[in-house]
Design a binder for this molecule. Structure first.
Ligand SMILES: *Cc1c(COP(=O)(O)O)cnc(C)c1O
Ligand code: SF4
Length: 432
């Protein structure tokens, strides 16, 4: 029998109360958390602390790295600057923190500039629409998570840089927008994590969608890390049964309910509670797919990925995406070069069966689209990266291989130059 757990979260102001922190972290470790945590968001909970982190393996433990700020996550000069401001305690702390935040590329894929759609001339700020078939919806009550990932690219909204916040209460507008854009087949609820909301709140967002007889709508996706950070949400929380009932309703109405679950490490699939949660979700007819970035300190070994994908397949889950860490926040700390990401992907891919090879990657979600690294080739004596768009701002870009000069240090698309002496990549012509 699984016992219910009462959710307890910890933030910067009270993390010293965590018994394991007192027992296992030195004063210097705690100081680093305080310093880094005043720039980047920090939130953890009692499930992550009690059941996921291996405290005998601090600081190398991957789940500890995933959720606890580390001194290396800020550049030395930034670290010292904010440490000084904290020490002076004269009210400058927030100013300094914000200055540093803006130096950490808070809007990496220019999401604010390009992807906010219009309806009858009105900006729909809680909606992002970049690729024809899929519209992203940011319910305003889902803009937090059960814990925060130290590498999160959505970090600006958790530290309250407000103009970067996308959020919407407007399900009515969403329904209208889906109706008026017949190419849309998928609505993806995202955040933050929409699964932090109460069932009645989630229902108030989903019900209008499934009751509006939208002919083009096929799939409702839910982007979430709750399976990893708080699986009790689906098993013992007081409105868990109602939530599963809602999922059943979506499926019975004829829609595909796709759980886009965020898992970074095989450990997150091991606890009895997460396995129970997975079974319950699947029993409603929903399908679970998974995605994760590849990051140093957490999962940059091929064995970690092959183990993760194999465990997922065994649990009836479909591996979906491997991403490259975005060029934002603590990217330098987590960065894996494009070359190493591809080598890791390939090695892991080779050692799993075909049913786990549904996973696509490694992929960069950049401003022009999702760019996959297909490999490294030598063509007419020139060493090149072969790449392709899995998704493109312009659908004509999708699926077409293209080439970049080989660069062993490249971490991101903007580190790459076109191969064969070309001046621009094909997608840059006429695009700015
Ligand atoms: C990844 C992504 C999607 C979904 O892409 P799929 O390949 O269909 O999973 C939709 N919108 C944005 C902005 C994305 O980054
Ligand atoms: S769960 Fe997702 S949105 Fe939340 S902190 Fe992690 S990466 Fe960011």
């Amino acid at each position: 029998m699984i016992k219910p757990k009462k959710y307890k979260s910890y933030l910067l102001h009270n993390f010293e109360n965590i018994p394991q922190v007192r027992q296992y972290l030195s004063d210097a470790d705690q100081h680093a958390i305080r310093v880094v945590g005043s720039v980047l968001p920090f939130k953890v909970n009692n499930y992550v602390i009690d059941e996921l982190i291996d405290w005998n393996n601090i600081p190398d433990d991957p789940i500890f790295q995933l959720t606890f700020p580390q001194s290396g996550m800020l550049k030395k000069n930034h670290f010292n600057e904010i440490a000084q401001a904290r020490k002076k305690n004269n009210g400058d702390k927030e100013l300094v923190a914000n200055k540093i935040r803006y130096e950490l590329n808070p809007d990496p894929a220019k999401q604010n500039k390009y992807n906010i759609p219009l309806l009858e001339g009105m900006k729909l700020t809680g909606i992002q629409h970049k690729y024809d078939q899929t519209v992203l919806f940011f319910p305003s009550h889902g803009q937090t998570c059960h814990a925060y990932c130290t590498f999160c690219f959505r970090w600006p909204q958790f530290v309250g840089i407000d103009e970067l916040k996308f959020a919407s209460k407007e399900t009515e507008l969403l329904v209208k927008y889906v109706k008026e854009n017949p190419k849309i087949t998928d609505v993806l609820f995202t955040g933050g994590d929409p699964m932090v909301m109460s069932t009645s709140r989630i229902e108030s967002y989903i019900r209008p969608l499934i009751n509006s007889n939208l002919q083009n709508l096929q799939t409702i996706r839910i982007g979430t890390k709750a399976l990893s950070y708080w699986p009790y949400r689906f098993v013992t929380d007081k409105d868990a049964d109602n939530l599963l009932h809602l999922f059943e309703k979506v499926v019975k109405k004829g829609y595909h309910l796709a759980f886009m679950a965020h898992f970074n490490h095989p450990r997150e699939l091991d606890t009895p509670i997460v396995q129970k949660a997975i079974k319950r979700i699947q029993s409603t007819g929903a399908k679970i797919r998974t995605q994760s970035p590849i990051m140093k300190h957490i999962n940059d070994k091929p064995e970690v990925w092959s183990e993760m994908w194999s465990k997922q397949v065994k649990l009836g889950i479909i591996p979906y995406y491997m991403f490259i860490a975005r060029d934002t926040g603590a990217q330098e700390y987590f960065a894996v070069t494009l070359e190493n990401a591809w080598r890791t992907y390939r090695k892991a891919y080779q050692s799993v069966s075909g049913v786990a090879r549904t996973v696509r990657g490694p992929s960069m979600s950049a401003s022009p689209g999702k760019v996959q690294i297909l490999g490294i080739n030598e063509i007419h004596g020139e060493k090149v990266f072969t790449l392709r768009f899995l998704q493109g701002r312009n659908k004509n870009w999708v699926g077409k291989p293209f080439f970049a000069e080989y660069n062993p240090k490249a971490n991101w698309l903007n580190d790459l130059k076109p191969a064969f002496g070309e001046e621009k990549f094909f997608f840059e012509k006429g695009h700015h």
